[in-house]
Design a protein around this ligand. Structure first.
Ligand SMILES: [Zn+2]
Ligand SMILES: [Zn+2]
Length: 144
């Protein structure tokens, strides 16, 4: 088991949830990927090793336990990724051609600059920001 799997196992144990083989496979596949994946995409990634019904159930249980975060695509497709406490803070690049969503991590300087922008946007509204994610749409390198 790698670090992420150990951390997930610990979280599930704390909540009295079993880390079943299907759940392990989902966490493993998401850990190997480079961005949020839909249930159908994960089903393909896993070569059908986890039946779709059990995959949906695993995603729901893991989301409920705070292990997965949903990512709501512009076309209404929900994808899942490991929560930021497992993988670190990051942003997303969404391809408008093929729909792929890739993770992108900013440099510390880039993240500080973005936080300034967020503060500028929220301050005027008297809004206290607690989190943010930047979703950038465009055409990915595979589709260009
Ligand atoms: Zn693309
Ligand atoms: Zn992500």
């Amino acid at each position: 088991m790698n670090t992420v799997e150990r951390q997930v196992g610990q979280r599930l144990t704390e909540r009295g949830i079993r880390f079943t083989r299907a759940r392990r496979r989902v966490v493993g596949a998401l850990g190997r990927g480079d961005g949020p994946r839909s249930a159908a995409e994960l089903h393909g990634d896993l070569g059908g090793a986890v039946p779709l019904s059990s995959l949906y159930r695993s995603l729901a249980v893991l989301e409920d336990a705070g292990v997965l975060s949903p990512h709501h695509g512009t076309r209404g497709l929900t994808r899942y990724e490991l929560a930021e406490w497992l993988t670190g803070h990051h942003h997303h690049l969404t391809c408008v051609e093929c729909g792929a969503v890739d993770d992108v991590h900013l440099s510390p300087a880039g993240e500080r600059a973005l936080e300034k922008v967020v503060d500028g946007i929220t301050e005027a509204a008297g809004f206290g920001p607690t989190a943010h994610t930047l979703d950038i749409e465009g055409v990915c390198v595979r589709c260009r």
